[in-house]
Design a protein around this ligand. Structure first.
Ligand code: LMR
Length: 395
């Protein structure tokens, strides 16, 4: 029976890890999968997480199941981290569950949409993170794209996006990147968030925010300004938050799904629905990452340490953005790449063709996604010149 199924190609992003590891060129540069790296190319365990892990090891005395909601201090900590100051949080209108990573949170959210009687369409930005589409569509949700990134300006084309949003209705869900848009690095402005809130109210669509890089753009609070504005100005929304990048917990699969409801009664009903969905797919989320984040967020000295380290990571990525642009200029490339310094978070689109991406890999062992998305955090002061010269050569 099983021999009916054919082998599939490697995942476009995860396949890059294997290809890079197998490359023997000592000058190879990994700008592929989106993980934070330090100057030596290492993805470190954040200091606060390390201390939380030691603390947790000393205090954990059982491995029995946790509650269906997840680790309570984790769930309440993430709710505040993302939604602090909003009426929805104060009024207990947010249902939430811990989930296996941001992907798990997105998937439980998609399964919830699939339980609605309406014929739902979920709209994603063009382009969006490569895994959004398989992750959400395999829950049975129809997906369409709205215009987002304009390669001519390397920025958001909000007029085109708004034109599409103006045609949506109450069976539509709009997936938005809370900050640090993946893959383009081009973020919505605060005015754009205000306009989206107006549109959502007028057209009746519901926003679904994916926030996977809080703190890696302009700061922990600044990065959720748009999301909090939206929360304050619409009745309902879904939010998937990931701890992979902001807490460096990639492999621990730590995320949280939050659903903002009109009333506390609705929130109680939705709480039972999302727990039921989780139970039917994977029973309950892995607990470990949740315990660590709970300790970090709710222990003042660990929290301070985490905030400082996250800010240092964001600063490092910003300075790599500036470094890359100045090396590109120094290499004498006759094309304006200064947009890289205006973009946020770990990614930027170089805006080169698929053939040029392949050539960067074949001739220089520089790995990036086929779309020409680079993980800026994969650069370091020693590779900036090499990458800029390689770019000159393929251009
Ligand atoms: C990325 O976009 O590279 C990361 O989010 C890793 C992944 O799972 O794709």
């Amino acid at each position: 029976m099983l021999d009916q199924l054919q082998a599939l190609p490697a995942d476009p992003l995860l396949g890059l890890i294997t290809a890079y590891n197998e490359d023997t060129n000592p000058d190879k540069v990994d700008l592929g999968v989106g993980v934070y790296r330090d100057e030596s190319g290492h993805t470190p365990i954040m200091k606060a997480i390390h201390l939380a892990a030691e603390k947790h090891l000393q205090s954990e005395d059982s491995k029995t199941y946790i509650a269906p909601v997840g680790v309570p201090g984790f769930v309440s900590g993430i709710k505040s981290l993302v939604m602090d100051g909003t009426s929805a949080l104060k009024d207990n209108r947010i249902a939430a569950v811990q989930a296996p990573g941001g992907c798990g949170a997105l998937r439980v959210g998609a399964e919830l949409l699939n339980r609605l009687k309406d014929d739902i369409t979920l709209w994603v930005s063009d382009p969006t993170w490569a895994n959004h589409i398989p992750l959400i569509s395999s829950a049975g949700i129809k997906i369409k794209t709205y215009p987002y990134f304009d390669p001519a300006t390397n920025a958001v084309n909000y007029d085109a996006m708004d034109k599409q949003l103006a045609e949506l209705g109450s069976n539509d869900i709009v997936l938005l990147h809370g900050c640090c848009h993946n893959p383009t690095g081009a973020d919505l402005s605060f005015e754009n968030w205000q306009s989206i809130a107006q549109r959502a109210n007028k057209q009746g669509f519901v926003p679904f925010v994916d926030i996977a890089y809080q703190g890696l753009g302009d700061g922990i609070e600044e990065d959720v300004k748009g999301v909090r504005y939206l929360s304050e100005n619409v009745d309902e929304m879904l939010i998937a938050s990931s701890c992979s990048k902001s807490f460096g917990l990639y492999r621990e699969r730590t995320g949280c799904l939050m659903i903002q409801n009109k009333t506390v009664e609705n929130a109680r009903a939705i709480q039972t629905q999302i727990q039921d969905i989780a139970r039917a797919i994977y029973s309950m989320s892995p607990a470990y990452g949740g315990y660590l984040v709970d300790l970090v967020l709710n222990t003042p000295d660990l929290r301070q340490m985490w905030e400082t380290e996250l800010a240092e990571m964001a600063t490092r990525v910003k300075s790599l953005r500036e470094g890359l642009v100045s090396h590109i200029q120094a290499a004498g490339i006759d094309r304006d790449f200064s947009f890289i310094t205006q973009q946020k978070g770990m990614f930027s689109f170089l805006g080169i063709s698929k053939d040029q991406v392949d050539q960067m890999r074949k001739d220089f062992s520089i790995y990036m996604a086929g779309s020409s998305r680079i993980n800026v955090a994969g650069l370091n002061t020693n590779t900036l010149e090499y990458v800029a010269n390689a770019l000159k050569s393929v251009l």
